[in-house]
Write a protein that binds this ligand. Structure first.
Ligand SMILES: [Zn+2]
Ligand SMILES: [Zn+2]
Length: 153
């Protein structure tokens, strides 16, 4: 596999900063969000450089499923180690910031838990499902309907 796109922070992490990898699968890794907004806040990034969620197509569904699975596995492990109850689905948010609200141009799936701990601003703006942030189930739904996400606002 290549070393990724030069100058891309997440390619650098994926290929050269193993110490930051919390968990790894064939095609993705889990890292900690550097500014966690909830007690559990992780990013799942693909090893291959995909710039933004609107570049995803139907062919990426398996990759998306792998990203979600890996994020959930890591979350479950963390909760277990802390002696907490297993994941409560209603308290879990998994999704992407949506262009133009994307700051790092290497696809990253946010895994946030429990969402009741999010700040007011995170709840009503930054991580609110809708225009700025789209949940993974919603992204899958649009992909299945349209085949791509390029015009999705
Ligand atoms: Zn990259
Ligand atoms: Zn983001």
């Amino acid at each position: 596999m290549s070393d990724g796109v030069s100058g891309c922070k997440f390619c650098e992490i994926a290929h050269h900063k193993k110490e930051l990898h919390l968990r790894e699968s064939d095609n993705c890794i889990v890292i900690r969000d550097i500014k966690p907004k909830a007690p559990q806040h992780y990013l799942v990034i693909p090893k291959v450089h995909i710039s933004k969620p609107t570049d995803l197509t139907l062919a990426d569904r398996d990759l998306l499923r792998e990203m979600e699975r890996l994020g959930r596995e890591y979350l479950r492990k963390e909760l277990k180690e802390k002696g907490e109850a297993d994941t409560v689905e209603d308290m879990l948010r998994v999704g992407f910031h949506w262009p133009p609200m994307v700051r790092v141009h290497h696809l990253h799936l946010h895994v946030i838990y429990p969402i009741k701990e999010l700040s007011f601003m995170s709840k009503i703006l930054t991580f609110k499902p809708g225009k700025v942030f789209k949940t993974l189930p919603r992204v899958m739904e649009i992909l299945e309907e349209k085949g791509n996400l390029k015009d999705e606002k």
